[in-house]
Ligand binder design. Sequence first.
Ligand SMILES: Cc1cc2nc3c(=O)[nH]c(=O)nc-3n(C[C@H](O)[C@H](O)[C@H](O)COP(=O)(O)OP(=O)(O)OC[C@H]3O[C@@H](n4cnc5c(N)ncnc54)[C@H](O)[C@@H]3O)c2cc1C
Length: 418
Amino acid sequence: MLFESTYKMTIFDVVVIGAGPYGLAAAAHLRTIKGLEFRVFGEPMSFWDQNMPVGMFLRSNWTATQIADPDDQLTLEAYQAAHGVKFALPVPIEHFVGYGLWYQRQAVPNLDRRKIVRIESQPQGFGLILEDGEMVRAGRVVIAGGISSFAYRPPEFANLPSSLASHTSEHREFKEFVGKQVLVIGSGQSALESAALLHEAGAEVEIVARARHIRWLGGLFSRTIHSSLGPKLSQLLYAPTDVGPAGISQIVARPDLVRSFPRPVQDWLRKRSIRPAGARWLVARLQNVPMKLGHSAVSAVPFGERLGVRLDDGSDRKVDHMFLGTGYRVNVAKYEFLSPELARSIRCFQGFPRLREGFESSVPGLHILGAPAIWSFGPLMQFVVGTHYCSRALLRRIAGKTAGNQIPVAEPLVAEVG
Ligand SMILES: Cc1cc2nc3c(=O)[nH]c(=O)nc-3n(C[C@H](O)[C@H](O)[C@H](O)COP(=O)(O)OP(=O)(O)OC[C@H]3O[C@@H](n4cnc5c(N)ncnc54)[C@H](O)[C@@H]3O)c2cc1C
């Protein structure tokens, strides 16, 4: 046991781990519970600031890019007014980071930036250790730790040095690749946008992807619906949440409805809504980047300072670097801060926690928000827009457990973000 000592330590009702969109929105909502002692730990917006490239644009629409707040005051428009800046769609990453930091200062001013290095279960809740060794206790823990722990590196490339092969999340800037030959693996937004930025930075880029063709979002079908069939029909098929194709978008916008379907339908809705795809505004930027589609890289061997890569058609490439735009695979056991015993007691399906009402895991008092929640609450939870449903559901659960507090009633998500 890590927490056998009798040191005096701070005790909170709730600790939130993470200060990205989900942790911040959760905190802004928990603040409305009178007398609740809670603390948020984490570096605000760190994933967006450190693990996404400079020059990136958000793919989500304006409405879906707003982080939920209980008073609907902390909007992108309010941020623009407060800072005297103007921007439109697609939202540039630096403004989204600026918005998130401003949101944090308004809603969570007493944020503690320290990292949590360990959580373990205790009879009355949880014990947590901070990076500097301080210990705290909490009755409940809300994990909003994001996806950086889940970056997926295919096993055949796992042992290559990072100077030769790296995950897209490892790069903010591309200056070091000027004049270099770079192979980008993948056909999702991260792979395609990294390829565009590398090309624009002056690298010689080739994309290799298993997909036979790139799926571009906002294609002819959806543009026809949006422009030709009028706003009414378009709104009927696409929810403002901006997740999923025509029709399905309206279903996945309602996590309670998604949860009422049999498991195979839920799985189908999720997979149909978050397939690898690229934003349409990347098409022109990639027109001079060669793409080898319908093929995969099967092996890679270092040759001095370069990398030899073999594709499944037997052809070879010699490059300076390989970018793995191979996405993320949720597995909550990979959150290093969970003690092995606690990780084992979270009931999961293929790495996804099985969550119930209020995003509570099978460990009473342990809540998990964001992308790990997509198996239980649907694909919305992989995006900023999921903060609206999620933080209200969390608030209801925690307020409901706190005697004497009023339980706010959540309204349907579609009405909130529309
Ligand atoms: C390339 C790319 C583009 C994307 N574009 C979009 C988009 O356009 N629109 C959209 O809605 N979504 C987009 N997403 C998804 C996006 O990641 C999520 O919507 C969002 O970041 C989820 O927020 P979060 O709070 O769950 O996690 P994060 O934003 O990752 O935040 C995690 C937080 O946890 C903290 N943390 C982690 N471990 C610890 C610890 N041990 N102790 C303390 N704190 C800790 C971190 O410091 C951070 O503050 C994109 C993702 C990628 C990879």
